[in-house]
Ligand binder design. Structure first.
Ligand SMILES: [Zn+2]
Length: 287
């Protein structure tokens, strides 16, 4: 599925997309999200009613696709665009590809995919990881406040792999150790870990501490933090928009490494349930 033409043969029609997402959501057939019963009445192409408890659901209920005015063909085309390997991906280009009237929808779609990817279980860095922390000054209300950021980057020899970033002690992660445990696979070798209770990570055998060779200088995690600090200054980022910026930065970096595949992204999107049971919220802000 390399060219857009190939893609459109497979996913050019709404029904094809819906069938594909249905297979991803229920690989072993329908499951009631409330009682886990496996028999249903099909009310429409999208809607199912559980034969046991009567609960009604759709394939896309509770996912980023629910209540969207964007057709599934466009959502899947966006996923194809974001995960196809070549070049830098921008909302402007996505807007053009989909023929959208506004850039806002393209931005929103990219943001939703980055949210999905960030939440995707198994998306953990592995191997040798460079880690750095930095305090960055944030303009919060009228006062300015230093907030601790952390960045981790995979090293492939002299090259950088995937990146994860977070804010420590502010919602995201309680402390540096929690960040490591959530974003880095056990058994990985950690380079640059120096915070006070970091011994816990190594004493338990969860991770290996790697000594820095004298000639080695930290660059990739430092670069990620540099980018973050300058963006915060440039866009005068508010605290509330920083998580989104971090998500998008990591998504962009990691996608360019060809680590995000079309099906992986869509499987994560259809399994990602921000609402319990995949219930239909009364009013969704999703566009
Ligand atoms: Zn049920």
């Amino acid at each position: 599925m390399d060219t857009l033409e190939d893609f459109e043969k497979q996913f050019g029609v709404e029904k094809q997309c819906l069938d594909y997402l249905t297979r991803l959501r229920w690989p072993n057939g329908y499951r009631c999200p409330r009682c886990h019963h496996d028999e249903s009445w099909k009310i429409s192409d999208k809607k199912y009613k559980c034969k046991n408890c009567g609960y009604q659901t759709t394939v896309t209920a509770g996912t980023i696709f629910q209540d969207s005015h964007v057709p599934l063909t466009d959502w899947l085309k966006a996923a194809w665009y974001l995960t196809s390997s070549s070049g830098k991906k921008t909302a402007a280009e996505l807007q053009k590809l989909l023929g959208l009237g506004s850039n806002r929808t393209a931005q929103l779609m990219m943001d939703k995919f980055s949210l999905v990817w960030d939440s995707c279980v198994g998306y953990q860095l592995e191997g040798t990881i460079e880690i750095q922390t930095r305090k960055i000054l944030l303009p919060i209300s009228k006062e300015k406040k230093f907030v601790l950021f952390i960045a981790a980057v995979e090293l492939y020899g002299a090259k950088a792999g995937r990146v994860r970033m977070g804010i420590v002690r502010e919602k995201f992660y309680q402390n540096e150790n929690e960040f490591v445990r959530k974003t880095i696979a056990p058994g990985s070798k950690l380079l640059g870990v120096r915070w006070s209770n970091s011994n816990q990570l190594f004493q338990t055998g969860e991770y290996e501490r790697t000594a820095k060779r004298p000639e080695y200088t930290f660059k990739y995690a430092v670069k990620a933090l540099d980018d973050l600090a300058s963006s915060i200054e440039r866009i005068r980022a508010q605290k509330s928009t920083i998580p989104r910026y971090i998500r998008q930065y990591c998504f962009r970096k990691n996608r360019l490494l060809g680590k995000v595949e079309f099906e992986t992204l869509l499987k994560a999107a259809i399994d990602f349930q921000p609402t319990p049971y995949g219930e239909l919220p009364a009013k969704s802000k999703a566009k």
